[in-house]
Ligand binder design. Sequence first.
Ligand code: OAD
Length: 244
Amino acid sequence: MDNVDIEEVRKRLEEAHSVAVLTGAGVSAESGVPTFRGEGGLWRNYRAEELATPQAFARDPSLVWEWYNMRRETLATIKPNPAHTALAMLEGRVEDFTLITQNVDGLHEMGGSRNVIELHGSIWRVRCTGCSAVTENHDIPIAIPPSCGECGALLRPHIVWFGEALPGDAITAAYGALERCDVLRVIGTSGVVQPAASMASVAKGAGAYVVEVNIELTPNTTVVDKTIAGKAAEVLPLIVGQNL
Ligand code: OAD
């Protein structure tokens, strides 16, 4: 981690009227939430196509719910880390701030962030496969198979699975923020899942200064203005600081 880089990013943030942030699983890593790819990643031990597709749910909803129950159990004891709180602090200082996250763990809201777009949904919400009603549900474990209180049909996680479209309102709000931001920070994402993978390019193309924070190089590294190598929970508090 280079202090000159940290200073430059701090200065850019100080001058910015509009800031957008895109986060991925790496921002929650220091809280103890497993990432998807890389060492210890969920997709190293589980097959995504058996658990995170509409076809998998149609084939065996109980198996899919068991997997989400396991993840709910892991998340139940987990707390936001200094990366989440630094982003919440930054939001309080910037006129126009949007946090776009691919994470479904709810840790940004728990850490105090307010304007959060959950691109991939939330593990703490369920959706009825019959009447489409979306409700909060924090049961651990959720009773399998869960049924809708309104119409009795099967409930599914309110999560975007592989092969499914992202919610239109979330996409519209995210692209609006990317196109008007002065600074975009891309934190802890491997940059391989669309459409989030293209968001650095969208903001860069619209004139933003784009900064990546990651422990490794990613496809975004060649697009951004600056990559700060390091753990989000260590780098973000340094960038946001106490005296901005
Ligand atoms: P990945 O697991 O693909 O990538 C995590 C990224 O975080 C990697 O680039 C790591 O190098 C980086 N990383 C790990 N620890 C870090 C730390 N302490 N500080 C900073 N960076 C760190 O996760 P995502 O990019 O979020 O979709 O994955 C995108 C989507 O793929 C997920 O939302 C999920 C998955 O399939 C759904 O479930 C719909």
